[in-house]
Each structure stands twice: as structure tokens, then as C-alpha cells.
Ligand binder design. Sequence first.
Ligand SMILES: Cc1cc2nc3c(=O)[nH]c(=O)nc-3n(C[C@H](O)[C@H](O)[C@H](O)COP(=O)(O)OP(=O)(O)OC[C@H]3O[C@@H](n4cnc5c(N)ncnc54)[C@H](O)[C@@H]3O)c2cc1C
Length: 396
Amino acid sequence: MWSSPAVPPAELDVLVAGSGPAGLSAAAGCAAAGLRTALVAPSLRVWPATYCLWADELDAAAGPLGLDPAAAAARYSPTVVRTAAGGERRLARGYARLRNDVVHAAVLDRFRTSGGTVVTDRVTAVSGRTVVLAGGERLTARVVLDARGSGPGTAQQRAWGEVVAGPVPDLVPPGGALLMDWTALAAPGAPPAFLYGLPLDDGTVLLEATSLAARPPLPLPGLRDRLAALLAAYGLRPAGEAERVAIPLDGASRAAGTGTRLGAAAGLVHPATGYSVASSLRLGPQVAAALAEGRDPHVVVRAARPRTTAALLALGREVLLPLDAAATDAFFAAFFTLPDRAWSAYLDVGSPPPAVAAAMARVFAALSPAQRARLLGGVARGALRLTRAWAAGSGR
Ligand SMILES: Cc1cc2nc3c(=O)[nH]c(=O)nc-3n(C[C@H](O)[C@H](O)[C@H](O)COP(=O)(O)OP(=O)(O)OC[C@H]3O[C@@H](n4cnc5c(N)ncnc54)[C@H](O)[C@@H]3O)c2cc1C
């Protein structure tokens, strides 16, 4: 520890670049583990995006971060999926929305009270153990953790969200979450998009028109217009600021040699869903423990995203990308007939490869022969594309 937390000490153990979920959780973990830690970030504003994860993922991440799981998130039950092919399915697995203000404040407080130093600046270059700041200053640390987010990628998840007065029981189950409704936004010839909906703490409801994955990404105005048509049909009016979602699904990772990468910068984003918050919150304290015990943090990061799992999930995304709305609907109708354990494994970048491969095989088996034939064509094309991208050193 050092006496003046406003100024980083000459001898830093850890320097963290970026204060998203990945950077902040790692910085707090490192400081709490007694490591002399500095966090470089252009600002420490509360994360503005609506961040969701599965309730069990929140419970697993909360303890090591010192979070009270009851305060850290709103929980939903049931979690509903609707498809034209399979009707409404109520998943037993609970869903949760982070209370960003609570989580951000708690994790930042843990960092500060453990002696961490905030440096308000941008990192312009990382060279080995030295970081160059936009202000020209150089900081050196035993370890640099790079959590500056990912590049833009060629495939993205996109969504347009509006807040409306609640409840809206015809769309979002009271007390529950609408994970996916592939029927609500369906229109002849329109690209696949589903409705996502969550009750918020003030009684309003967030509704989002979401394109799960598209290359090139769907333009946001198209999603906005499809949501507007749905709201008009239900007599609902936007009551707040719109949420615009753009999540790179195959964003190039930051160049090697820039320290240990974390979160989206390390490709911890799920290749098909864009989710990474749960894995980032889980990883921060694990990396901190490794550093405090003198272990190699790269090993921990690699274990959080086994390569073969990442390759299988990337292939899964490539297979989904060319599907039209009807085929996507049928795919998710089949996907959610799997036991919770099977589809949950597919949604986690940290799952062992056999669990992901088994989930893929089970979805395949649950599809009709015509759908299977279509998917097989996608597997061949997807594998070819990924092989080329990996050979060129890009793509996830
Ligand atoms: C609207 C929206 C909703 C989303 N919803 C979900 C969700 O429900 N669940 C989920 O898992 N994911 C969701 N995502 C995806 C989410 O963005 C990522 O999962 C998550 O933010 C990645 O965290 P991260 O800490 O790795 O990177 P980021 O959140 O991108 O954080 C990177 C940080 O680095 C800082 N930074 C950048 N450059 C520099 C620099 N040069 N020097 C210093 N600091 C720098 C940035 O200011 C930023 O604070 C959503 C994204 C959006 C946009």
C-alpha cells in the first residue's frame, strides 16, 4: 500500500487499462489482494448499458467481488422464450439485470478502500511493462492488464430499446424476463429480429428489437422502426431515452505484447450472444488471486475461454448468420427444448468443449431433416470462412 492514493507509486504491481466490467473487477480484486494497483481510465462514470446475466452467474461472481447479490441485481422469473415453431417456453433458469449504480459503486469502493489509485487519462501505448498515457506520462508496473474493450468486428449484435410504462403482460411476463420473442417483430422478408423485454425497478418496462447476429450488422434505424410499429400496435409510447446496442461478435483482440488482456479485449465475448459481463466479473478476482500468488495470469485467462470452445461457438455463430427469420425461429425453438444444463453450457465461453459440442449435436438432432440439411451447408461455409480468417490472423 502507499500513502497517497491520488498518485501512483513509483513501483506498481499492477496497472489496469479500462474501467468497464472487466477492468474494474480486476483492479478491485488486485487492490483487495494487497497488490499496488493503478487503474487508468478516461472516466469513472457508471456503465450506461443495461447489463444482464443469468442469476446463477451473478451468484457465482458476487462473493469474490464482495458484492451483496440481493442488492447487485434485479432478478426475474420466469425467463420466457417465444417462437412460432415451439410456442412459449418458460425456462427454469433465472435471469438478472445488474444494478449498474450499485455494482459500480461497490467495486470502485473496494478498489479505493484497498488503496488503489485512479489515473484519469487514456492509454495510448503499452510496451512490455510500460504504459504511455495521452498526457505523455509513462507508468511502469510488474503486470499490465489491458481491459480497453474490443475492436469493431465484422459481425455485430444490434438492438434498439425503448422504455415504456409498465406492466405489459401481453409481451413481458409479470416479474419475469422476455429473453427472446421471435414472433413479435416478424414481418415478411424482414431479417431475423426478436423482442427482448425486462421490467425495470421504477415499474417501467424496457423493450428492445434485437438482431442477435448479423454481418454486416443490421442498421439501427430498421430495428427502431420495427419496435415503433410494435409499440404502436400495443398502444405503447416511449417514455425515456432509447438504448442503442452494438456489440462486436468477432472483434479483433488487441495486439499481442500489450500485457494480459481481459474481458472484450481478450475475446471473452460470447461469439453468438455478445455477452461477456458475467465472465468478466468472474475473471477479475481470479486474475488477482493468480497475481497475488505469483502465478501466470495468462493461464487463468486462457482457462476462462478454452480455445476449442471459442472455435465451436464461432462456428455456431457462422451457421446462424445466413439463416432467415423462419429458420432462426426454428433453430431457437429446438435450442430451448434442450435440458437447461445443455443450452446453458452453450451460452458460456468458459464451458468445456465437449459440453458445447454435445449441445450443438443435440440441437441438430432436434431439428427437422430439411433444417438439418440447411445447417450442414452453413457448417461447411462457416468452417471455411473461419479457417481463412484465422489463417489471416483475424476473426473469432
Ligand atoms: C447497450 C449495450 C447492452 C449490453 N448488454 C449486455 C448484457 O446484457 N450482457 C452482457 O454480457 N453484455 C452486454 N453488452 C456487451 C458489453 O458491452 C460488454 O459485454 C462489456 O461492456 C465488455 O466489458 P469490458 O470491460 O471488457 O469492455 P468495455 O465495457 O468496452 O470497457 C472498456 C473500457 O476501456 C475504456 N478505454 C477504452 N480505450 C481506452 C484507453 N485508450 N485507455 C484507457 N481506457 C480506455 C473505455 O472507456 C471503457 O470504459 C452490452 C453492450 C451494450 C452496448
